[in-house]
Design a protein. Structure first.
Length: 349
């Protein structure tokens, strides 16, 4: 690439003149635009759940779910601190949501797509467009864009989950819409488990209307996912970079379960040491089971159950499992793929 153009008094005078007509010289910024490879603005970072949980519980004593609308502590990437909207990577939002016994997070809808990955507690629910699902640790729950949804806790213990949303993507496109429902709960019109009964058995209804780009399955339970990973580990070849890894899909289309967020679950056997890997999507990992470490661009992060960490775009990373471990992850990969931009690089043994 050519060197940055030299600045001269004549050129400076020209730049000042054209700026008055809302013009600017491309050659002055071209070198910064045309980088040889991605330069992710986010940093690799890890949040230890044992450190964050007390602060989340403290928030529960300071503000109610009704007053907050959603009682969430944002996971703000330290390299992106202060940006609006807040973000865990340059393209995604993440936060930990707490709902206490007896509380209801009121119904609303928005154009951002959301996922819930359950961290702690069992028996609270979320309801989406008239279907309710009971949530348990390790469940992956989808709230498609522009669907009415509310959360409630009818148990005697706190419930915590990770929220992942495409807020920065929708904000970039200036397509943010939000609407409160007006009542705490949207009316239930389908029995619990209806979506998994219709779409989760390798069969589809004979008349299947493709209503949206998101999966029609509301809750991908951890019980079913863990069983699938175990079967895969007994009968399949292990991936040198990912261990045994499966992605959540839309059973109607075979594509990712969400149009802008790709979610996956992987099993790392005890003693597994992965080969280095990099890809253009920025990835958020949640430790479901086990202990180990991940080395991201030379920096080591030791992790255990419920810890959350970020692997930035195009930064090499690899996992080492001290004991059998399960990791949930989500990224902006579907957007990269739809635009023909996704790329990966695997280290060779």
């Amino acid at each position: 690439m050519a060197a940055q153009p030299r600045r001269t008094p004549e050129r400076e005078a020209f730049y000042t003149k054209i700026a008055q007509r809302s013009l600017a010289p491309l050659w002055e910024v071209l070198k910064g635009i045309q980088s040889r490879e991605p330069r992710p603005p986010e940093a690799p970072v890890l949040w230890r759940y044992e450190e964050v949980r007390p602060m989340l519980m403290e928030a529960g004593g300071l503000i109610s779910a009704r007053e907050a609308d959603r009682r969430v502590l944002i996971l703000e990437n330290p390299a992106l601190r202060g940006q609006f909207p807040p973000r865990v990577t340059h393209s995604l939002f993440a936060g930990l949501q707490l709902i206490l016994p007896g509380e209801i997070a009121p119904s609303h809808r928005h154009t951002q797509s959301a996922l819930r990955f359950i961290i702690e507690g069992a028996g609270a629910y979320t309801a989406v467009d008239g279907e309710k699902t009971t949530m348990r640790p390790g469940d992956f729950v989808i709230t498609p864009y522009w669907t009415w949804h509310d959360h409630g806790n009818e148990t005697d213990g706190p419930m915590v989950w990770l929220d992942g949303l495409d807020i920065p993507i929708v904000d970039l496109l200036n397509a943010v819409f939000f609407e409160p429902y007006g009542e705490d709960q949207f009316p239930l019109t389908r029995p619990e488990g209806d979506s998994i009964a219709r779409y989760g058995s390798g069969l589809l209804p004979a008349v299947c209307e493709r209503r949206a780009l998101s999966s029609p399955i509301l809750n991908y339970t951890y019980e079913r996912t863990r069983e699938a990973l175990a079967r895969m580990s007994r009968g399949g070849d292990i991936d040198a970079c990912h261990g045994y890894r499966m992605r959540y899909v839309n059973p109607v289309t075979g594509e990712w379960a969400m149009p802008t967020i790709g979610a996956a679950m992987q099993l790392l056997p005890r003693g597994f040491s992965a080969m280095p890997y990099r890809s253009t999507d920025s990835t958020v990992f949640v430790v479901v089971e086990g202990r180990g470490r991940t080395v991201i661009d030379g920096e080591t992060f030791d992790w255990g159950p419920h810890d959350i960490f970020v692997a930035p775009s195009w930064r090499p990373y690899r996992h080492d499992a001290a004991e059998e471990a399960v990791l949930f992850s989500f990224s902006d990969r579907p957007v990269h793929e739809k635009l023909g931009l996704w790329r990966e690089l695997r280290a060779k043994a």
